[in-house]
Design a protein around this ligand. Structure first.
Ligand SMILES: NC(=O)c1ccc[n+]([C@@H]2O[C@H](COP(=O)([O-])OP(=O)(O)OC[C@H]3O[C@@H](n4cnc5c(N)ncnc54)[C@H](O)[C@@H]3O)[C@@H](O)[C@H]2O)c1
Length: 333
């Protein structure tokens, strides 16, 4: 399959390399010319185990190439992956300007039917926004479809996570469009969730919000343990061995950080200004869910607020929900 991946950050570069390794013909595009020049010379902008070798192998076999000309990538491809950054604005809202710029260029350069896949982490309704921006910039009407295929890789094990993901989420307008992505991912032989576009967008945010809440929850429990003279490590073990709860992301510590959890939690609870489909009631729901103290924490003098927990210094002050006994910070994905 002819593929274009726009953005050669953690997500785009690894996605492009893995799809090439699966036998596809991949063009990776980035507006950062220095990054493209380095990649063409075989130098990686990031370190990920196995990435350099995979890029070299596929570039050598002419299945993987790099360009800063987005038009070239678009015309080459049947399937275009958008994997550009979605940083937070000061308000906590997601800055979608990179996604919108790519969508506009896709519209301008589209020469035949394409499947446009959004891999960047975006608020619900962005698929619809991408469709609208592409349509508005097309010089003449050409059919296309927009799919959501959120990414769950972790930095540091990006190749492994992309080759063996827990699940592949495909949010498509029709079964037929979804099949294009199913065909692409089939060689990985991993579980696939085929759903509609908004559901796929929510799956990504809900997953990150849930993991962040788990970390914040055990930190709040750690405070209770401290007040009660209990050993939080024993409590964690006792809870985590319950398969309904699970031990992952249930270690009290500094809270959460990384490149995704803070911005995604903020974005989930911030209404998107002027957005077509993200309703403020949806944003209100996120906010109330993220800040409601669970029943088990009502005795705690400190509220259970994930977004505060992850920002708190490791002080253990009465106003801080971060425990005084601090472990290592958590990775995000
Ligand atoms: N890094 C992670 O661990 C991770 C995991 C899951 C999801 N995500 C999400 O995936 C998306 C990408 O993340 P990342 O870490 O790879 O981002 P990144 O910032 O490392 O890379 C984005 C790249 O896109 C390029 N770019 C921006 N606008 C462009 C344009 N108009 N044309 C061509 N290239 C353009 C930038 O130059 C940059 O190289 C984000 O939405 C992020 O939230 C990231």
């Amino acid at each position: 399959m002819n593929i274009c991946v726009v953005g050669t950050g953690y997500v785009g570069l690894v996605t492009g390399a893995v799809f090439a390794d699966l036998g596809n013909d991949v063009v990776c595009v980035d507006k950062d010319r220095a990054k493209i020049a380095a990649l063409e010379a075989g130098r990686m902008p990031i370190y990920e185990p196995g990435l350099e070798e995979m890029v070299a192998r596929n570039a050598g076999d002419s299945r993987l190439s790099f360009t800063s000309d987005l038009g070239v990538g678009i015309r080459h491809a049947d399937v275009i992956f958008i994997a550009v950054g979605t940083p937070p604005k000061d308000s906590g809202e997601t800055d979608l300007s990179q996604v919108e710029a790519v969508a506009a260029e896709i519209g301008r350069a589209m020469d035949r039917y394409k499947v446009v896949v959004n891999k960047s982490t975006v608020p619900v309704g962005t698929g619809e926004l991408v469709r609208e921006v592409i349509t508005r910039h097309q010089p003449r009407a050409i059919e296309f479809d927009v799919v959501s295929n959120p990414e769950f890789l972790r930095e540091g094990s990006a190749i492994e996570d992309t080759l063996r993901p827990d699940r592949i989420v495909i949010g498509a307008p029709t079964q037929q469009v979804a099949m294009t992505l199913v065909e692409l991912y089939a060689p990985l032989e991993r579980p696939m969730i085929i759903t509609d576009l908004p559901s796929a967008e929510v799956i990504k945010y809900a997953s990150n919000a849930f993991l962040a809440a788990k970390i914040s929850f055990i930190n709040a429990i750690s405070n209770i343990c401290e007040a009660a003279g209990a050993d939080v490590s024993q409590v964690m073990k006792g809870m985590g061995l319950d398969p309904r709860i699970g031990g992952a992301f249930l270690q009290a510590g500094l809270g959460y950080g990384g490149s995704c959890f803070p911005k995604d939690v903020d974005s989930s609870s911030t209404p998107r200004g002027g957005s077509a489909t993200t309703s403020s009631s949806c944003a209100r729901w996120w906010r109330s869910t993220a800040s409601a103290p669970p029943t088990s924490c009502r005795a705690s003098p400190r509220p259970w607020v994930p977004s505060t927990t992850r920002r708190s210094p490791c002080s253990g002050s009465p106003s801080s929900p971060t425990p005084t006994t601090c472990a290592r910070p958590r990775a995000s994905r």
